[in-house]
Design a protein around this ligand. Sequence first.
Ligand code: BMA
Length: 827
Amino acid sequence: MNKTLLFSFLFIRLLIHGQVSERSLSAEKWQFKNTKENTWLAAKVPGTVHLDLMTNNVIPDPYKDENEKKVQWVENEDWEYQTKFNLSNAELQHQNIDLIFLGLDTFSEVYLNGKLVKNTDNMFRTWTIPAKDYLKNSENIVQVRFKSAITVGKELAQKIPFTMPESPRSFVRKAQYQFGWDWGPRLVTAGIWKDVKLNFWDQAKVEKIRIEQKSMTGKQADLQVNAEIFAEKPGQYSLLINGKKQDITLKPGSNTVSVPYQIPNPKRWQPNGWGQPNLYTITITLQKEGKRIAEKTERIGLRTVELIQEKDAQGKSFYFKVNGQPMYAKGTNWIPGDSFSPRMTKEKYQKLIKDCKEANMNMIRVWGGGIYEDDEFYKACDENGILVWQDFMFAGSFYPADDAFQKNIELEVKDQIARLQNHASLALWCGNNEIDEAIVNWGYQKQFKYSKNDSLQVWKDYKTIFQQVIPDAIRKYATADKQIYWPSSPSIGWGHKESLTEGDSHYWGVWWGEQPFEIYNEKVPRFASEYGFQGMPTLETTKSMFSGKPDLSLQNGIIKAHEKHSRGWEIIDNYMKRDYVVPKDFVKYNYVSQLLQARGMQIAMEAHRRARPYNMGTLYWQLNDCWPVVSWSSIDYLGNWKALHYQVKRSFENQAVLVEKKEGMLNFYGINDGLSKSKEVSLELKVNNFKGENIRMAVSNQKMNLEEAVKFDPVSIAELVGDADKNELFLHVILRGKDEKVVAESSHFFAKPKDLKLLKPDLKIKKISSTEIEISTNVLAKNVYLIGDTHFSDNFFDLLPETSRRITLSKPLEKIEVMSLWDTMNQ
Ligand code: BMA
């Protein structure tokens, strides 16, 4: 059989079977232009207008220099995209052809062969357009005209009698961070930001699959597979789940078919730190007369998640039970990985989530000012045992609630639930980021001179959306096991004492309130869903801010422009003075700014963990960046770990020994977040000087079972230090198991870093292989910093006197530079 013959044979079989087939239109040649102009330029789909303008050299790269300002005009223009494609006779013979846009940003008119077929107004929805009647057997043209979101937003804002904060941002269902944030540039873009495709189908199509876990024992998991099927031709069909067949009858139009399905000897999906995140593939096939019509595949995990809120003496608990066990949540907050999210790659998603796993996290919050993330994000979370706290995309403003807006939101929630709910990682839906807090605490009503009625309207609208429209949609569209809903993060603003006794909290007394880091020891909430401090990005990323030769100086305007918090530099400087000798040299300043950030976060993370079970979660602000910037992130835009990420890894170890300084005493805590508890441990304390000489040694006779959080007898600092100078000492704290093995260890310093009388370490690097080194020191080397364009398996660590450590490199380096805190104190 020759190739053409084979092809036609296959094609005819396909037609006879009437199977749904799909054709991507993203791969076609696309063009775009400003609607005011006549010249078409090459475009990329999925993409955004800014990226296309950059590729065509119309605008400079806004991440470089101070170019952000130069590209602001783009948001006020209207843009048009088009492509031409041919359809074959065979394709046209299908009874139905859907044109599907997985994402249009945002206000657009879609034309097919010159006919208006759709108006869109929400970046977060999927648009399915029945297209058969408009298509022809030859060249077809699809055009999408985007109106400026700013122009449309301003028109919408007119309908409200008062001014909304940051208007017109909240009127447009579009990623809110595009309007500029305290870590992000203003880049209000437009475009076909997700794939476009044609679906050909005949008798019926499977629209959605929702899989519910009904119950599970060690022997069997009972699932219910719910398939939403649209039938053009009613009658007898069969549905196969992993090959297991069930006959069904479909009526014309929409059908929901529910079929039970069992998995014998199920293996649970466990969060990171508790075991394997086991996944199962479920393939759902629709057949008519024994022939396959449509097929969908889902990857699921067998697990239960509950949010436990029970009244107790101090307030109300707030924690997650996973597979029936209380889970201490350790993690961070996620923002979009790029201001132009279509250029995020699968590899970047995978890497960032692996970095979370590596840093001992088990939860990540998708923050409400960004986007509902790409499928790859959730896939990576499923595979790495990271639970997702999913905000809906509303953040830090007031939102309208007219009928059209309500309907729009309901459909957005419906689309996103359908896309996300089967993921094992999906733990909780949260209505918004900091809107309750904004209404109560941020004083916008006064700033914009609201009348009493205006203020009442704001509350009314808030309640409509977050206490009615969204939770109603969740009940309607999500299966019973995926309905945990929390209206706003945080539930209570950080100025109110109840924010520490119930619900989740964003404690911003550090940074925004400029309180010292040590306040974290007092302000311990039930569940910390945000707290943070800024640090500079790595040197490599800082250099990437320049289109030309980098001028690494704190006075440089380009570097200054890559800090979006109005008082950012000043706040960093003030905190740095409190704890460190402030370096004049740029490289050292960059290094110390990272140490400062890591130090602040360490204090917070450890205060939270010591308070287990009062506190049951700690998610710092924020994991990542969307461009090269000075920010709260622990990983910078180019994917490099800042000092903070290494610290997170240390502070989030499942088994840890943590020290608390209180009223002249040191308290010692053994923490165990793992599943296996009662391991007998004892505590060993060594007071050493920086040369490594032992001044005092103490082994507590207390033997403890390493339960969730156990407290050892306190020891007075005066007793430990004696008449020695505390600035010359550190305490090496070791938890030992029965077998004498070290279960956990840490170092405690009696003074702030700036007061330590460090000695100059003789740091030696020995090459073990092209990707492994061994670093050794004679005296204590504080915060050893390995510099080079590679990923070091550990960095910014304290190297104890007369010890060495092996470090692996992600790629070989010719030369590795090294410094330690001593170098910043003796400049
Ligand atoms: C939190 C977040 C963000 C913000 C961050 C730092 O409140 O929700 O809105 O970027 O603070 O200011």
